[in-house]
Design a binder for this molecule. Sequence first.
Ligand code: NAG
Ligand code: NAG
Ligand code: NAG
Ligand code: NAG
Ligand code: ZN
Length: 729
Amino acid sequence: MEREGNSEKTLRRSKTKKGSNTIPLAGGAALLTLAVSLVITAINSRRNSKRKDLPGCNFRVNLSASEILKLADRIIAKSKEVNDAVASIPLDKVTYKNVISPLAELEAQQFPLVQSCVVPKLVSTSDKVRKASAEAEKKIDAHISSCSKREDVYRVVKAFAAKGEWMGPDARHYVNCLMRDFERNGLNLTTTKREEIQRLRAQIDEISFQYVQNLNDDSSSVLFHENELAGLPAEFLKTLEKAENGMFKVTLKSHHVLPVLELCKIGNTRRLVAMAYGNRCGKDNISVLEDLVQARHKFARLLGYSNYAEYALSLRMAMTPSKVLEFLEDISSSLSDLANKELATLKELKKQEEGELPFGVEDLLYYVKKVEQQEFDLDLGALKQYFPVNLVLSGIFKISQDLFGLRFEEIADAEAWHSDVRVFSVFDLSSGELLGYFYLDMYTREGKYGQTCVVALQNGSAALNGARQVPMALLISQLQKDIDGISNLLRFSEVVSLLHEFGHVVQHLCNRASFARFSGLRVDPDFVEIPAKVLENWCYESFSLKLISGFHQDITKPIKDEICKSLKRWRYSCSALKLKQEVLYCLFDQIIHSAENVDIVELFKDLHPKVMLGLPMLEGTNPASCFPRCAIGYEAACYSRIWSEVFAADIFISKFRDGLLDHHVGMQFRTKVLAPGGAKDPVEILSDFLGREPSIQAFVDNKIECIISFLSCHHLTQLALAADLGKKR
Ligand SMILES: *[C@@H]1O[C@H](CO)[C@@H](O)[C@H](O)[C@H]1NC(C)=O
Ligand SMILES: *[C@@H]1O[C@H](CO)[C@@H](O)[C@H](O)[C@H]1NC(C)=O
Ligand SMILES: *[C@@H]1O[C@H](CO)[C@@H](O)[C@H](O)[C@H]1NC(C)=O
Ligand SMILES: CC(=O)N[C@H]1CO[C@H](CO)[C@@H](O)[C@@H]1O
Ligand SMILES: [Zn+2]
């Protein structure tokens, strides 16, 4: 859940300014018009039989198991042929045309075919097809990995780069990326060193896998009597296993731990559970992390970097470990005052409920929840009634039409892998140009991939044999299909996540980079989440929330203003404190990956009170032994989530907050931020759009403004003030 947004004052301003001319009808009614036009398009084209080919599309839909395996073999054979041909060019005959073009074209042409083989693993309804797809993926991955280690191809590309032939900026960037990828595999090193690199990489994979495996295998639990679990709902207790002595067994899996920490009234129970949870895999496993970090540093040093973080960050917007540390420390210190106020409130609540007991980290979730229960009359269950899925969708289409000039038109006869899947053509609103395609696979079903995400099926790229390949995106989400199928209702969190993912779709469709490599979502990983996070903000402004909502039995009735306001306050509740806790983990991750011989147990003990306003680490716990993000997937990059949130807030507040449907700003965003894709430096992109360098200030100021306004209109302020006074006395 994201935690920034903006003030009510500017919200009202934007509403009067934009509300009257852009949306002539009230929320639901306007959308109804749009929804109807979508339905009509759908009906008109349903007469034809299934259309297999969409113009400009090389992605193959719904292949059978044997077709997938055959295609995978063809892909590999073709790739080998092209790589061999490039490798055979004499070093004194290298040109752009015989070295770079063939490689770029191969990538662009093969990507949609590769996706035709591997996407069925995620979405096919047939077990056999999913198996074939997984097998094809394995083969293709192994082949791609072997290509990235081809010294003969590297030598030719290097010879071309050294020649200094004139190229446009995109092509130059592309060549640099090719070289860099080879070199990150150690291809410019001696054979001994290169072998050492391969060995270390395998070792790193193995150790990180072991760390996570240990956590998954952990089956410890803590036993409690019923009275020790006071506060937890009866339905929850029913799900717990019982030991022979009749006590309840709380496992250390998050679906047990979280409810206890949030709801259990007995402080000692929360403490015991938090301790056991923070001590999973014990002290022993600390050594696994130590080995892992050491292997990573060794790996990075062989490649010429002074530590692992430097290696990992060299491809990211943040660039250097010192920049990341500075960023995290800035955020943390800017939010200290605010977090202190929040903490004072929580401490006061604890005093009222439990008397003079010290407040510990194990109390955080419980009292945060308490604040939320006391302060927001938000019934998230009832809120669902305002979010019928089709209305939400047409609202989202409406927003992207008004803002970014995109028109979505459903193709009812397009072939897909399941009858629930909807396919849309996307056009530029003013020129009518076909921009790409969008597949929407919304509902959960047996065998379908279990995460919400966007997958690139095909990336845009400049004229291959004359025709531009258009981008195609697939959005996979996990909504429950209502059996009656009349009006599927979404939870608010699902609405936010849908808009977020839709941000990725828009980003993919608007990307105009000429190389397929830069035109997908494979842009800088510190940048890739920014557009999606910008778009989430539309869920927290009354004006735009009304566009994507309407009472399910009468969609002309939009959501009430008070509810919109509550949602926004809810977004900010205790958010400074929560963010500081995240900063703590990010700092830990960055420090162990950017310095040698750090005592990882001491480091956590030392950082904890510093970042968490004096709260000590819970005794006996070892957060370093159960922090999987720093072991696999996000090593040296945990900060990236906060990073993209902060710069997304900068963009939203500086450019969109006062004009939620400002077409001019939306188009600027489309052409300046989305269109260049991965072909341009993200800092340059954002600076160009913002008219200055991106900064953390807007994020910090907005947070302060929102939290203060929240605190000042509630009785909690009195609590906080009382606590402040108490401190002074
Ligand atoms: C190999 O390439 C890396 C990355 O481009 C570079 O930093 C390093 O100096 C190169 N090493 C050699 C021996 O050329
Ligand atoms: C997908 O292909 C299979 C045959 O391989 C066919 O039976 C099925 O109807 C197709 N699915 C859709 C949704 O078109
Ligand atoms: C296309 O985009 C996807 C998703 O971002 C990326 O994984 C893929 O590598 C890109 N294709 C090419 C040819 O680089
Ligand atoms: C290497 C090592 O000490 N591994 C331990 C990590 O934690 C798990 C679960 O507590 C143990 O089973 C491993 O032996
Ligand atoms: Zn995302």
